[in-house]
Design a binder for this molecule. Structure first.
Ligand SMILES: [Zn+2]
Length: 84
């Protein structure tokens, strides 16, 4: 077997794997879950930070309509999109 087709098959396999990985991450909401877990961890590390004015301005942008929601909401206030 020539090295050319093998190399091509490897490249196609890597591209397909990357696409499937993105679809999988979207379907299982992996990125949103990681974001939520990071927020929970941040909250646990600094429970008093929420009371500062800087913390109140932290917003959670809706991926559907780009509306900025308070970080303690799980659904978009404007369109009702599930943020988690
Ligand atoms: Zn929205």
């Amino acid at each position: 077997m020539e090295p050319g087709p093998v190399f091509l098959v490897l490249i196609v396999a890597v591209i397909v794997w990357l696409l499937l990985r993105e679809v999988n991450a979207w379907y299982w909401k992996t990125n949103q879950i990681i974001l939520l877990l990071e927020r929970i961890l941040e909250e646990l590390r600094h429970p008093d930070r929420e009371k500062t004015p800087q913390a109140e301005s932290r917003q959670w942008a809706c991926p559907k309509c780009q509306h900025s929601n308070p970080n303690n909401t799980f659904k978009c206030e404007q369109c009702g999109y599930n943020l988690i």
